[in-house]
Design a binder for this molecule. Structure first.
Ligand code: FAD
Length: 460
């Protein structure tokens, strides 16, 4: 398992895996991304939310201008009732607070652009059709085995393989095999209290909707979000389950249609119902919306990040943004460690892997986890509160949402004093400059610290 230069094996080529590929390229750290699907950008899911702190990272990675054309801004939100009546319309004011709006972008287009904007040598390190099945951890490195019989060697594993993470399961099993008394997270660490129906429909099939319209429908047991972009409308239905479960939920096409039918009568505007939008859909899928945060970062040379470590409902649109934060924190620590380990002036990629032992990496992962815990779990909590308010999960929440919040301007208060403030603590890559100005009335807590010692682009 000996590895000449330090190398990260990233399992999962979702948003976290591909942003990691960009960050490693800039940091001068060797990597390979193993993606189980046959394509880097499957036409699956709907839209993903982008908040200002992630735009700062795209700017640092020199890909903001290529991704910007995919972004659809949402400066305000319209909350309506299930009969189409307006409950409240209010500005989000993110551009005022943090210098950029809240945006949505089509997940498949984002993945394709993240891949396309990698330098050729880095693209060659993103491998598709590589479903990871086995991980062997040694004293000085790792071996990662894929379903197709191929193996990759490296120094550490990034478990960026999503909510049903195989890497998480393998790390847990290895920890328990070594020490049956080891403290680990449960096999199914996340709880599902809501199911979700994701999809998108053409904008021109929905009269009355215009780009930048963000509508949220609040009702007993169900919350619907409708994001009108320039060409398509992304939508997500959140439906509270009768009983929370840790069991995996699977939905056939018939189950998905039955789900749509149950909420079909709810209005998404004064004239249109959800049924109208569903009938015009380009695509849709039903999924469980797991929630929760791991207690442990992983084991030895395997570290979890993104949805595999922290899972939230999609309503605050923070899942991908938190995954990007995990990448930033980990790459900062690795860049710092490897810059010190390499010969002076040689750059992080020249650091010999054998000089970095497992206890050193465990300390690095502890430091990552402390910073992760200051950020991502807070958004899991915020998302959990928000979806329960919007779906009137109790009579008290109904009263707050329907009557009290509009009266006292609570939603604006939450955006200004909770959401914007939490987001302003988003980290940036310590070793790359930020070129654009992202300033608003809420100051950013972190800025790049160490630009002078910036790593050279990886010699891949
Ligand atoms: C198909 C899909 C559609 C989604 N659609 C939406 C959406 O519409 N809106 C939204 O807000 N969020 C969506 N999400 C979730 C969203 O992408 C994440 O919340 C967020 O971006 C964090 O990303 P991640 O990279 O940590 O995980 P994910 O986005 O889940 O990516 C994980 C990646 O790992 C790969 N993978 C899994 N197991 C293995 C394995 N054993 N070996 C190799 N590769 C593996 C998966 O194929 C996937 O590409 C979707 C996720 C998926 C997988």
């Amino acid at each position: 398992m000996d590895q000449a230069a330090f190398k990260v094996v990233v399992v999962g080529g979702g948003p976290a895996g591909l942003v990691a590929a960009h960050a490693f390229t800039k940091a001068g750290i060797d990597f390979v991304v193993l993606e189980g699907r046959s394509s880097v950008a499957p036409e699956l899911g709907a839209g993903v939310g982008f908040w200002p702190m992630s735009l700062r990272i795209l700017d640092q990675l020199d890909i903001l201008e290529q991704i910007r054309p995919l972004l659809n801004a949402f400066p305000s939100k319209n909350v309506i009732l299930a009969d189409g009546g307006v409950l409240q319309n209010y500005p989000l004011k993110m551009d005022e607070y943090l210098g950029e709006h809240f945006y949505m972008c089509h997940r498949a287009d984002l993945l394709q652009t993240l891949y396309d904007t990698l330098p050729d040598a880095a693209k060659a390190r993103v491998l598709t059709g590589k479903r990871v099945e086995v991980i062997e951890v040694g004293d000085s490195g790792v071996r990662v085995g894929c379903e197709d019989g191929s193996w990759e060697t490296g120094s550490i594993v990034f478990g960026a393989d999503g909510v049903h993470s195989k890497v998480r399961r393998l790390a847990r099993e290895a920890a328990l095999e070594e020490n049956p008394e080891a403290e680990t997270d449960p096999v199914r660490p996340f709880l599902t209290s809501f199911e979700g129906l994701f999809g998108n429909s053409p904008l021109d099939a929905l009269p009355g909707f215009s780009p930048e319209d963000l509508t949220e429908v609040h009702s007993f047991g169900t919350d619907i979000q409708v994001f009108a972009g320039r060409e398509r409308v992304w939508w997500i239905v959140y439906h509270k389950l009768d009983e929370p479960t840790r069991e995996p939920l699977r939905y056939s096409d018939k189950d998905r249609d039955a789900f749509a039918d149950r909420v079909g009568h709810l209005h998404i505007s004064d004239k249109l119902t959800f049924r109208d939008m569903y009938a015009a859909r380009n695509s849709s899928c039903a999924v469980a919306l797991e929630e929760g945060s791991l207690k442990h970062w992983g084991w030895k040379r395997i570290v979890m990040l993104g949805d595999s470590s922290n899972k939230m409902t999609a309503n605050v649109g923070m899942g991908m943004n938190c995954a990007i934060q995990d990448v930033v924190i980990l790459v900062n620590h690795l860049h710092n460690l490897l810059s010190k380990a390499g010969a002076p002036g040689s750059g992080p990629s020249a650091a010999a892997a054998e000089t970095i032992d497992t206890p050193t990496l465990e300390r690095l992962f502890d430091a990552y986890w402390a910073e992760h815990n200051e950020f991502s779990p807070k958004f899991t909590y915020l998302s959990a509160r928000d979806v329960r308010i919007g779906s009137w999960s109790t009579y008290v929440r109904y009263f707050f949402d329907r009557w009290l919040y509009p009266l006292i301007g609570m939603r604006r208060f939450i955006f200004r004093f909770i959401v914007a403030r939490f987001m302003s603590r988003g980290r940036v890559l310590d070793f790359l400059e930020i070129k654009n100005n992202f300033s608003g009335t809420v100051p950013w807590t972190h800025s790049p610290k160490n630009i002078a010692s910036s790593g050279k682009e990886a010699k891949l």
